[in-house]
Design a binder for this molecule. Structure first.
Ligand code: B12
Ligand code: SF4
Length: 572
């Protein structure tokens, strides 16, 4: 029997619940179902958290004495998994180490040259199931690795050899689902963040993205698999978040409606926060109305920038800013309280600080409940930006994951200013809903350009009173830019949610606007009262404990909803 260990090292994005990486479980199910004879392999998936040390991971692998180790390599675990492979190869020279995943598929030879302890890499990012099954079947049949398809392998004389592409289609039937077969355990009393895949691929080819690999052809999984998975996931009280990993779940409208309506029939759908990437072009009135009935659902759109040159540089099929505006306005007409989230990227090639400010001004008119500002942009192997990084005059950190630190049009000091603005905007338009309501209300009377001017005025004034950034160098990194960024940002946001800073936010905005006769002035005064109370009592203002410890008179004068709105929604 061949013993295999697979490592599932989750992402270090700040998610509270337990995350399970889909790929290792999907590949294990596929091999177990399709390699003959049945029982010829024993596969263990080892779940490891994002902060596990390479030595620690290696130790848990050694306990199984495997013949083959399979690594699912992403930007967030590349450094750790390569280090772990090095340790294991030293300990077990005979161990075959196989890697796959988006961080190694597109640059397999480059990775294998740099990491001589990796024996095999699967080079087709969308066909891992077939490639892994074929490789394991070769080993079970006693054949040489060179007969396996879709891989680069290291020959005995240390040459790197690429084998032919893997053919045949993947069976995405319910039998291949790691949820339906109970491979992914959700009944363990933990809160879960679940990812679900109902299709693979993306018809577009944005310059920074490797979603769906190099194939533009879409692969739709049978709808009955998606429906069954939804029943399992949305009927489990441990599931807190669901992320659909489809590039645009609404691509086939009839299919999307079937899936969305099915979610609404499940027991806990009202409690589960669900995210899907959507393309505004697929939205119509019927879909908007259905999506709006999913209470914990937000519509997030990847606008990225409104700078025409930068949009053109991403992809010529990119949806224009005016089209996004048109659609968002229609959606708000159909469902007035709809929540819109907008994704922006800081420092895209051909963008400038001025362009970033215009983008913000434009977005403020759409009144998103949240901005997702991607920083730092990483140059991902397999993308056009990666291939053309020097031609595009990008300045980036030298080793993987390569962060874009500046461009000729977006120099470092501008990047710092953009990050400063982005951090404050996240605080002011998302973390404090009362401030956000106030800001958007004030913007409604403003012309183009004036919305950003108001925000800039706020942030400059607040910055002169709060030393939010202190010695933190937001745009400088030592080793792992994405990891370091999340840590820095988390610390800043926590500080921005302290009673002391919150009081300054409310008092600054109140002083500026107290003569405006805004209907939201009452909320600003409440904010001042609440945070002055917390300061006087040296209390931590985050979470339910703080809310319930406010004296009774607050609840006599204000509604619970008003009190909740002045608080920060920050969660560690
Ligand atoms: C889910 C997801 C996340 C989740 C991860 C949590 C989780 N528990 O899964 C969250 C939302 C946290 C996340 C965050 C980020 N993500 Co993300 N994410 C994805 C997403 C949508 C799905 C991944 C997935 O599970 N797919 C389903 C599985 C079955 O497919 P797969 O992963 O592609 O694996 C296939 C092959 O690679 C291969 N394979 C995989 N492992 C192995 C192993 C072996 C041995 C073999 C043979 C084959 C093989 O087989 C599989 C089936 O064909 C992908 C996009 C996509 N659709 O793939 C982006 C993606 C992985 N993310 C990406 C990025 C850039 C990020 C962020 C950096 C974004 C940002 N700016 O913040 C952050 C990372 C933050 C951090 N530091 O941790 C990039 C990664 C590129 C890279 N080189 O690694 C992707 C590809 C999207 C993109 N824009 O191009 N992400
Ligand atoms: S950014 Fe979105 S639309 Fe563009 S290639 Fe990636 S998944 Fe597709």
């Amino acid at each position: 029997m061949i013993k295999i260990c697979m490592i599932a090292m989750s992402s270090d994005a700040p998610i509270r619940e337990k995350q399970t990486l889909l790929a290792p479980y999907t590949l294990r199910r596929y091999v177990e179902n399709n390699v003959v004879p049945k029982g010829a392999v024993e596969i263990n998936v080892i779940d490891v958290p994002f902060d596990a040390e390479p030595q620690e991971i290696a130790y848990s692998v050694l306990k199984y004495h495997p013949d083959l180790l399979a690594l699912s390599v992403y930007l967030w675990n590349y450094l750790e998994l390569m280090q772990c492979a090095k340790i294991l190869k030293r300990e077990m020279n005979e161990l075959i180490i196989v890697a796959g995943g988006p961080m190694v598929s597109f640059n397999a030879q480059e990775v294998m040259k740099e990491h001589p302890y990796i024996d095999v890499i699967s080079y087709d990012d969308t066909r891992g199931e077939i490639i892994f099954r074929h490789l394991i079947q070769c080993l079970v049949d006693g054949k040489s690795i060179e007969e396996a398809k879709g891989i680069v392998y290291r020959s005995n004389d240390n040459k790197l050899i690429e084998t032919k592409e893997a053919e045949g289609s993947i069976q995405h039937s319910p039998q291949s689902s790691p949820f339906i077969n109970n491979d992914i355990v959700l009944n363990d009393e933990k809160g879960h963040y679940v990812t679900i895949e109902t299709m693979r691929g993306c018809p577009f080819g944005c310059g920074y993205c490797v979603w769906g690999g190099k194939r533009s052809k879409m692969e739709y999984f049978p709808v009955e698999r998606a429906l069954k998975e939804i029943e399992i996931i949305y009927n489990n009280p441990n599931v807190k978040h669901v992320l659909f990993v489809d590039s645009n779940m609404l691509l086939k409208r009839k299919r999307a409606i079937q899936i969305l309506e099915h979610i609404k029939k499940q027991k806990y759908y009202k409690n589960i926060f669900t995210r899907m990437s959507l393309d505004v072009r697929s939205i119509n009135e019927e879909l908007t109305r259905i999506l709006a009935t999913l209470p914990r659902f937000s519509f997030d759109f990847g606008l990225q920038t409104v700078t025409p040159d930068a949009l053109e540089c991403i992809d010529k099929h990119r949806v224009s800013a005016n089209r996004v505006k048109e659609k968002v306005e229609l959606m708000k007409k159909w469902v007035p309280n709809i929540k819109i989230g907008i994704d922006l990227m800081i420092g895209l090639p051909r963008d400038t600080l001025d362009g970033f400010k215009k983008t913000l001004d434009f977005c403020f008119s759409l009144e998103p409940y949240r901005f997702f500002m991607a920083y730092p942009i990483c140059l991902l192997p397999g993308t056009r930006f990666y291939e053309e990084k020097d031609k595009l005059k990008l300045h980036y950190s030298p080793s993987h994951p390569q962060a874009l630190l500046a461009t000729d049009d977006f120099p470092k000091q501008d990047m710092q200013e953009a990050v400063r603005l982005a951090t404050w905007i996240q605080v002011l338009t998302y973390y404090y809903p009362a401030i956000s309501d106030f800001f958007y209300f004030a913007c409604r009377q403003k012309l183009d350009g004036e919305r950003f001017e108001l925000m800039e005025r706020w942030t400059n004034l607040i910055d002169s009173k709060v030393n939010l950034f202190g010695d933190t160098k937001m745009t400088e990194f030592r080793k792992n830019p994405v990891k370091e960024w999340y840590i820095k940002k988390g610390n800043l946001l926590e500080y921005a949610s302290s009673a002391q800073v919150a009081y300054i936010l409310y008092s600054t905005i109140y002083e500026l606007h107290k003569n405006d006769n805004s209907i939201f002035e009452k909320n600003m005064i409440l904010g001042l009262k609440v945070f002055s109370y917390y300061q006087e009592h040296s209390m931590n203002p985050i979470g339910k404990v703080a809310l319930s410890s406010l004296p009774k008179n607050f609840y006599e004068e204000y509604t619970e909803d008003e009190i909740m709105k002045v608080h920060s929604v920050f969660r560690r």
